[in-house]
Ligand binder design. Structure first.
Ligand SMILES: O=C(Nc1ccccc1F)[C@H](C1CCCCC1)n1c(-c2ccc(Cl)cc2)nc2cc(F)c(F)cc21
Length: 232
C-alpha cells in the first residue's frame, strides 16, 4: 500500500486555488432567487444570461490565480477560457444544485429549473449530470481543482502550445489524485469516477447552443460577452 502524501508545495498550490475559487463566486445566489419566485421563460432566460455573463467574468479572475496560467502564451490563455467557459458554467450549476439545502428545497429548485423554459429533451441529461456530481460529495478543494483541470484542457480549439498546458494540467491532476485518495480512502476508484464526470460535462456542454436556441420564447437576446464566449 503506497503511502500517498501531499507535499508542502502541493498543499500551498491547493490553498491558492481553493481560496481563489471561493473568492471568485457569483455575488447574488441564483438558487436563492429561483427558490423565492417562479419566473416566466423570458425572465429565466434573462437571469441565465446575467448569471452566465458574470460567471465568465469570475472565471477570468479565477484563472489569474492558477499558478502558471499567466505564464502561458496570451492567445492560449484566451483559447482556454473560451474553450472551458460553458463547461465551467455547467460544473458550477451542478455544484450549486448539489449543495446541502433545507429538506424540500432541492425538489423545488429542480421543479423551477424544469419549468424555466429549457426544452424537454435536455432536462434529463442535464439533471443526470447534476445528480452524478452530487453523488460524489466533493469537498471544496476537489471542486476547485476539478474546475482548474477543466480549464487546463490542452486540446481546446486554437491552443498552440498544448505541451505547456498539459504540464500545468498534470500538476493539478497529481494534487487532485492524491486528495481523492486521502479524502475517500474506501473508494480507490473515486479519482477515476471524478474524471469520468468531465467526459459527461463535455457531452452536456455540446448541447448548450441548442439548449439556448430552443428556450421556449422568441427573440433570444445575449450580452456581447456571451456572443463571444457562447458562439451564439
Ligand atoms: O443560472 C444558472 N446557472 C448558473 C450559471 C452561472 C453560475 C451559477 C449557475 F448556477 C441556470 C438557471 C438560470 C435561470 C433559469 C434556470 C436555470 N442553471 C442551470 C442551467 C444553466 C445553463 C443552461 Cl443552458 C440550463 C440550465 N442549471 C442550474 C442548476 C442550479 F442548481 C441552479 F441554481 C441554477 C442553474
Amino acid at each position: 500500500k503506497e503511502k500517498v502524501e501531499i507535499t508542502k508545495e502541493q498543499q500551498a498550490l491547493m490553498k491558492i486555488i481553493t481560496d481563489a475559487y471561493n473568492r471568485h463566486q457569483i455575488p447574488q445566489d441564483v438558487a436563492k432567487k429561483l427558490l423565492q419566485d417562479q419566473y416566466s421563460a423570458e425572465e429565466n432566460f434573462l437571469l441565465l444570461t446575467e448569471m452566465a455573463t458574470s460567471q465568465v467574468q469570475v472565471l477570468v479572475e479565477f484563472t489569474k490565480n492558477i499558478p502558471g496560467f499567466l505564464s502561458l502564451d496570451r492567445e492560449d490563455q484566451i483559447a482556454l477560457l473560451k474553450g472551458s467557459a460553458v463547461e465551467a458554467m455547467f460544473l458550477r450549476s451542478a455544484q450549486v444544485f448539489s449543495r446541502k439545502m433545507p429538506s424540500g428545497h432541492t425538489e423545488v429548485l429542480e421543479e423551477r429549473i424544469r419549468k424555466s423554459g429549457i426544452s424537454e429533451e435536455f432536462i434529463t441529461p442535464m439533471f443526470n449530470f447534476y445528480k452524478s456530481i452530487g453523488e460524489l460529495h466533493m469537498v471544496q478543494e476537489e471542486q476547485a481543482l476539478l474546475t482548474t483541470v477543466t480549464i487546463l484542457t490542452p486540446d481546446r480549439p486554437y491552443v498552440k502550445d498544448q505541451q505547456a498546458v498539459e504540464r500545468l494540467q498534470e500538476t493539478m491532476l497529481d494534487v487532485l489524485r492524491k486528495l481523492c485518495v486521502l479524502q475517500h480512502p474506501q473508494e480507490p476508484q473515486y479519482f477515476a469516477r471524478l474524471l469520468g464526470r468531465l467526459t459527461e460535462l463535455r457531452t452536456l456542454s455540446h448541447y448548450h447552443t441548442e439548449m439556448l436556441a430552443s428556450w421556449r420564447m422568441n427573440d433570444h437576446k445575449f450580452t456581447p460577452l456571451l456572443c463571444e464566449i457562447w458562439d451564439v
